[in-house]
Design a protein around this ligand. Structure first.
Ligand code: MRU
Length: 367
């Protein structure tokens, strides 16, 4: 099966992001898996709040949402001149960029939309046309993400054999990218379409529990056999050979191969290295940061109550003393030496990553 056939056959079981006329409709990931609730966004502030509060989350999904947020900036108020519209876009870009710091796709999408507007502003005098063309650009970003995932899925599926058990982390699935296919899950779904039986071990992913709440929900919806484990069971699962390959997503990958992803990824990578289990990162090239060095990237720290509590259908319940001091970084950094390969839509970057990631990005002789 090639990319075109997969595209035709792929019918997403879940549609986390939809652009309907002049509004953005999001599947509210805060309510899953117990409630299927959609929220409608019509202002830039609402879009920013949806990203900040994680109604939408996952690096590519945040980028796509922000791109539509820029279209909403054009529609939310009437702009009488191109200059006024450009001012509104600048303000929207600033507001949306402040929502979450680590996923580079957010900044990538905002810059792409703003740069496109700057270029279009020299070519048109009509605010209406500018709005229409920006809407087309946001849709293109969304469509390109799905195309990239199909390609990554085909590359990754070649690494999977019938009967394989994949360990993942967090949710790097269709919910995290908005397409229904995902990054780390794309090889699994596509291998499955190709007739291979693949199952998944999903760690719960404290504190926000993306694994327990979202990955389990999504994989079961897509009929992939899934076993939920506590995060602390990862070592034993590898020791007992209950998984034979690891596939995770990424929020940002620096050119030298450092991977920023959900807290706990580093633990999995070091353990996989120790137990000789291949460790793959699956991410589109929009997740590759060609500007910053690892120590220049901000790791998001979230509300301490995420650690002090657990989520239940009745709300959050404290599991510790209410004012205990907490450190809650929600991403970690995996050094390149622990990574077998980075699967992108342009191919798989293998070791040495500091040479092969720049090659994939067509960047040569940077020193
Ligand atoms: O805090 P989150 O839920 O936005 O974190 C998501 C992740 O860490 C994912 O692994 C990453 O964004 C890749 S999603 C395809």
């Amino acid at each position: 099966m090639d990319a075109r056939e997969i595209r035709e056959k792929f019918k997403p079981a879940i549609r986390p992001i939809q652009w309907v006329g002049d509004k953005l409709v999001l599947l509210d990931q805060r309510a899953l898996p117990f409630e299927t609730r959609y929220i409608e966004l019509k202002t830039v502030d609402e879009v920013a709040e949806a990203i900040r509060s994680m109604a939408v989350r996952g690096a590519p999904a945040i980028g796509i949402t922000a791109a539509f947020g820029m279209v909403i900036a054009m529609l939310e108020k009437q702009h009488y001149t191109i200059n006024a519209a450009m001012e509104a876009l600048k303000r929207a870009k600033e507001t949306l960029a402040k929502t979450r710091p680590t996923a580079v796709n957010l900044f990538w999408a905002l810059e792409r939309m703003y740069d496109k507007a700057v270029k279009l502003a020299t070519e048109t005098t009509s605010v209406r046309e500018l709005t229409h063309l920006l809407e087309e650009e946001a849709k293109k970003i969304f469509e390109e993400e799905l195309e990239a995932e199909i390609k990554m899925g085909l590359y990754g599926a070649e690494l999977l054999e019938d009967g394989d058990v994949v360990l993942t982390i967090c949710n790097a699935g269709g919910l995290a990218t908005g397409t229904g296919l995902g990054t780390a899950t794309a090889p699994i779904y596509i291998a499955n379409m190709l007739g291979k039986q693949i199952s998944v071990v999903a760690p719960e992913t404290r504190p926000w529990q993306q694994g327990a709440r979202l990955t389990v929900y999504e994989l079961i919806h897509n009929k992939i056999p899934t076993t939920l484990i506590a995060d602390t069971a990862v070592g034993l699962v590898m020791y007992k050979k209950k998984v034979n390959i690891v596939m995770v997503g990424a929020d940002r990958i620096t050119l030298d191969g450092h991977v920023f992803n959900k807290i706990g990824t580093l633990n999995e990578a070091v353990l996989a290295h120790e137990f000789g289990i291949p460790f793959y990162v699956v991410a589109p090239t929009s997740t590759i940061d060609s500007k910053n060095k690892p120590n220049e990237v901000e790791i998001e720290e979230r509300n301490p109550d995420e650690v002090r509590t657990v989520r239940t259908t009745q709300g959050n319940i404290y599991i510790t003393i209410r004012d205990v001091s907490v450190y809650n970084p929600v991403f970690d950094i995996t050094p390149p030496k622990y990574i077998t390969g980075v699967i992108t839509e342009r191919g798989i970057a293998i070791q040495p990553l500091d040479r092969n990631i720049p090659r994939i990005m067509n960047i040569y002789n940077r020193d």
